[in-house]
Ligand binder design. Structure first.
Ligand SMILES: NC(=O)c1ccc[n+]([C@@H]2O[C@H](COP(=O)([O-])OP(=O)(O)OC[C@H]3O[C@@H](n4cnc5c(N)ncnc54)[C@H](OP(=O)(O)O)[C@@H]3O)[C@@H](O)[C@H]2O)c1
Length: 327
């Protein structure tokens, strides 16, 4: 595993991280022992950067991480969480006391005194840009409740705003072979401001794993079933904002264009690692084998410049127009 510095935190994080939304059961049920096995496999593979949120599984993801790490205190890792989407706050009840209470509850579940990095969790644009949330996070940092703070955002406009804050350590965004626009301006600006980039949805909710078919079904509790067209939260999130059947067709087309010695999943993750502004790619995993194969991409050689060109053209000509919810 290779490691990179995460912006202003100075943390040395694995370039392949672990997305822990799955551990809360929001991609279908994950048994207790499977959750432990996933965390153990991540640790064994050198993945020391884990991303969760207070709302994943209503706190279950944080609780499982906290319980597991208590048994493995000798290993060093960076566990980052998010605040801002819990019903006590979202969409318009943000107060300093309520945000603090949510962060304290996260710290309790994670069983830490100070949270390594707390990210604003896709709070509404007007709250991010017009409210006091970033100033409150700075205060919580000074109080020692959080060590650093960052923002997880939906659009490039929000990202360009957030990275102007002098203390913002990291930015989390959707960025992948099926959503490339951030490479043009946001990523270079973030690099300039020493803001670490955390990539979510590297596989576009699994579309870029190359395993999905039009016949695929999803569990009742899986957001890829109940939110596939944005009925419950931001339409740009699940499947990257691309209608599922269109995404399956696009993934099949792309498979036929990539070198025969690589899988689509490898190309998708490697493409992200080839971007110098990226600190960590938090691939979500619901199975141990996925953790292992995601981690292994760190050892692959960078893609050729021809391959980069092909992926950019494919995105611009065939994918971009299908993304819903704004970029
Ligand atoms: N607003 C936010 O801040 C926000 C929003 C979304 C996600 N996140 C974070 O970002 C992380 C990553 O995003 P994501 O999990 O939504 O999307 P993702 O990483 O693009 O996709 C994850 C899914 O892809 C499939 N997969 C992963 N590795 C695979 C492999 N090696 N082979 C085959 N299939 C594989 C799995 O699907 P199956 O489970 O079907 O096997 C897995 O559940 C989340 O876990 C969460 O921590 C943050």
């Amino acid at each position: 595993m290779n490691y990179r510095i995460l912006g202003k935190t100075g943390f040395k994080v694995s370039e392949i991280g672990l997305g822990c939304w799955q551990l809360g059961g929001d991609f279908g049920p994950v048994a207790e022992h499977t959750a432990s096995d996933i965390l153990a496999a991540a640790s064994d593979a050198g993945i020391n950067f884990w991303d969760t949120a207070d709302v994943y599984g209503g706190g279950l993801s944080e609780q499982r991480i906290g319980d597991w790490t208590q048994k493995q205190l000798e290993q060093e890792r960076v566990v980052v969480t998010k605040v801002g989407r819990d019903g006590a706050l979202y969409p318009n009840q943000y107060s300093k006391a309520a945000v603090k209470a949510n962060l304290e509850a996260s710290a309790k579940r994670l069983q830490v005194e100070a949270i390594d990095l707390a990210q604003l969790h896709c709070v509404p644009k007007d709250v991010l840009m017009g409210g006091d949330l970033l100033a409150w996070m700075e205060d919580f940092q000074q109080q020692g409740l959080i060590r650093h703070f960052g923002a997880s955002i939906e659009t490039i406009e929000e990202g360009l705003f957030a990275i102007q804050h002098p203390k913002l350590a990291s930015l989390q965004l959707i960025f992948n072979v099926f959503r490339q626009d951030a490479a043009e301006r946001l990523l270079p600006e973030a690099l300039k401001n020493n803001v670490g980039i955390i990539v979510r949805l590297p596989l576009a909710s699994g579309l870029l794993s190359g395993k999905m078919t039009a016949q695929q079904t999803f569990d009742e509790g899986d957001h890829r079933r109940y939110n596939k067209d944005g009925a419950f939260f931001h339409v740009g999130e699940t499947f990257n904002g691309i209608p599922f059947n269109t995404g399956v067709v696009l993934a099949e087309q792309l498979k036929s264009l990539i070198p025969s010695n690589m899988t689509l999943h490898q190309v998708a993750l490697r493409w992200l690692l080839d971007q110098p502004a990226v600190s960590s790619v938090i691939a979500g995993a619901s199975k141990v084998e996925q953790v292992k194969s995601n981690a292994a991409v760190s050892q692959l050689a960078p893609l050729s410049s021809d391959m980069h060109l092909l992926l950019t053209r494919f995105y611009q000509q065939s994918v971009r127009q299908h993304i819903r919810g704004g970029i």
